[in-house]
Design a protein around this ligand. Sequence first.
Ligand code: GLA
Length: 425
Amino acid sequence: MRFPAPLAAAVLALCPLAAIAQTASAPKVPQKPVQRPAPPQVVVAQTPPMGWNSWNFFAGKVTDQDIRNAADQLVSTGMKDAGYIYVNIDDTWEGDRDASGVLHANSKFPDMKALADYVHSKGLKLGIYSSPGPQTCARFAASLDHEVQDAQLYASWGVDYLKYDLCSFREAVMTAQAPNDKAAQMRLMVAAYDKMNKALKATGRPIVYSLCQYGWDAVWEWGPSVGANLWRTTGDIQANWQSIYSILNEQAGLAKYAGPGHWNDPDMLEVGNGQSTGSNNQIRYLTLAENRTHFSMWAMLAAPLLAGNDLPNMKPEILAILTNRDVIAIDQDRLGHEATRAYSDGELDVWTRHLSGGAMAIAVINAGSDRYSTHPFHLSLAKLGLHGPLQGKDLWTGKDITLTNNMPIELASHDILLVRIPSPK
Ligand code: GLA
C-alpha cells in the first residue's frame, strides 16, 4: 500500500520500527564530512625562549630545591612578568635505567613529575637536558638507543624544553663508527639530532628543541631541518669579558640564519655571575658595564635569554639589568631579525638591528680597557647609511637622545650605548 507523501511521513513518525526499516533500506545519501576543528598547532619559540638554566651557577650541584627556588624567584622578582618562562634543569639530574630501560632521576630529584607540576603551577615551563651519546658531559646516563623512551618519559613528566648536548656521542659513536671520515661523523651527528627530533614530535607535546653541539659543521645551516628551535653556535660561555666578547664576535655573519622558531644560541647568560680568580677563592664578578653589554648584545643577537645566576641572592642592580623591558623588547621583536656588526674602529664596535615598524637599534661598544674622556669615540652615522640628527631613546638611561654624524661618545671600559631609533633615516 502506498500512502501520499505527508501521510507516509506521519506514519513513519508514529511507527519507529517502520522508520528504522525505512532508514535501513533507503539509498545512502552522501554524508557531508564532519567539520572537526584542526587540533591546535602549538608553535614554540616564535621569539627567542626566555627563562633560567641551572648550569652557569649551580653546575653539578643543582637539586630539586634549587629548581623550585628559581621558579619562586622568577615569580616574586617580576622576571616572569618580564618574559622569563622556562626553568631549565641542566646536566646531573639523571640516575639509572631500570630493567625496562626507563630512566630514573637521581636522589637530588626525588620526584620529577611533582617538580614539573610545581613549576607549572607557577605559570612557568620546565626544561630538561640529555645527550645523544651514552653519557652526558658530566658522565650521567644519556639517551643513546633510548631516544623514544626518553622523549616519552619527558612528555609524561610534562617537560616543555630539551637541551640535547653532543658530549660522549663524539667518541662513542662518531669516532668509533667512522674513525677516519669527518664527513661521515657529521652525518651520524645530524642523524642523531633528527632521531630525537622525531621522538619528541611523536609525543605530541610541544617541546622546545635546543641543540648543543658547539656550532659544529655549521649547525645554523642544518639545524632547522632536524626541528631545532635553537642551536648553540659556540663552545661554553664563561663569566668573564674575554669569553663574552669573543663569543659575541663569533656571531657576526650568522644573522640570516635566525628567525621565528629557529635561533642562533650564543649560550646562556652570565649576567650577575663571576669567576674564581684562583687566589683566596676570590670571585671576580662581571662589572655592571660588562653585564649591561652582555645583556644588550644577547638581545641584539635575538639570542635566547636564559639567565644563569643565583636568583635567590640576586642584587637589585642585576635584577634591573635582567628586567630592562626596552632591552627585552629588542630581543623579542617579532620580526626576529638578528643584529649585524656594521663596523669596528679600533676598540669601538657598532652593531645595528632592524626592528618591526621600521625602527632600528644601534649598539656602540667600548671593547677596550683604557680609553678616557680625553679621547672620546666618534659615531659615524654615515657608515650605517643614516643621516643625523636622529631622535631615539637611550635604553640604559631611559632618556631621549639625539644622534648626529661623528658625534663624540664617551663610554666606560666594556660599556655600551644602546639606542632605539623609531624612525631612522
Ligand atoms: C656542556 C654544555 C654546557 C653544560 C654542560 C653540562 O659543556 O655546553 O652548557 O650543559 O655540558 O655538563
